[in-house]
Ligand binder design. Structure first.
Ligand code: PEP
Length: 259
């Protein structure tokens, strides 16, 4: 047991338009209530596409739901001439608490380097958004045994230029690329090994207070029937969930299984 609040974040990726988002959040809220879950047991977060955020905000704030929400990416730039980008300040004004940064799909599809990811982490923190920084190795790196070194280097480079004071509220998601959307889940031991290594590196670089307060999630094919196992280690503080967060009732069942 730790003082860190269990965090279950549902990354919808590019699924659900704004109408589907409303129905999904309503069903999630009802199912959480039926399951008698509340914010004393865990923090539940939905991370919809940008175009859904206003709808989610209206629902959450209008119905005073205890759910939180975030965005899947953020611009590294301040508002200005950057066509197609979404500034951190816009997300903050829409009531987002979190922003996912450096997801492996963005690193692959949009060639996001660690430098770019670090600039996005900085932009998010500068507007009081809590980054969920994704790191994790490929299958080839795991098979050759370089997964820990690779992931820790990615972590350090993605936080370049930031100090312990800047990083309050940071969340790190360990997401082995080979486990995302593949149905292959890391074992509880794999997740624990990496979460412990990440916390250790945060301790070395930023000191005890930041290492002890930073939540470290596991992500990669987490489902209702494997989430409890994944969370056994004291260093794993929650999960970043893709496919299994798309249905409100299913995500609520997963959250129930996690507490
Ligand atoms: C993710 O998108 O971050 C993820 C972990 O996806 P999935 O749960 O579908 O593997």
């Amino acid at each position: 047991m730790t003082d860190r609040t269990l965090l279950l974040a549902g990354n919808w990726k590019m699924n659900h338009d704004h109408l589907e988002a409303i129905s999904t959040v309503q069903k999630l809220a009802w199912a959480l209530e039926d399951a008698k879950l509340d914010d004393s047991q865990c923090e539940v977060v939905v991370v919809p596409p940008f175009t859904d955020i206003r709808s989610v905000q209206t629902l959450v704030q209008g119905d005073k739901l205890w759910l939180r929400y975030g965005a899947q990416d953020v611009s590294r730039h301040e508002p200005g001439a950057h066509t197609g980008e979404i500034a951190a300040t816009f997300l903050a004004r829409l009531g987002c608490t979190y922003v996912v940064v450096g997801h492996s799909e963005r690193r692959a599809d949009n060639h996001e380097t660690n430098d770019v990811v670090a600039a996005k982490v900085k932009a998010a923190l500068g507007h009081d958004l809590l980054p969920i920084l994704c790191v994790g190795e490929s299958l080839a790196q795991r098979e050759e045994g370089s997964h820990v070194d690779f992931t820790l280097t990615q972590l350090e480079e993605s936080l370049e230029g930031l100090g312990a004071d800047d990083l309050q509220g940071l969340v790190v998601a360990y997401e082995p690329v080979w486990a995302i959307g593949t149905g292959k889940t890391a074992t509880a031991e794999d997740a624990a090994e990496m979460a412990t290594a990440i916390r250790g590196r945060l301790r070395e670089r930023y000191g005890d207070a930041l290492a002890d307060s930073t939540r470290i999630l596991y992500g990669g094919s987490v489902k209702t029937d494997n989430v409890a196992d994944i969370l056994v280690s004291d260093d794993v503080d929650g999960a970043l969930v893709g496919g299994a967060s798309l249905s409100g009732p299913d995500f609520a069942a997963l959250c129930k299984a996690a507490v």
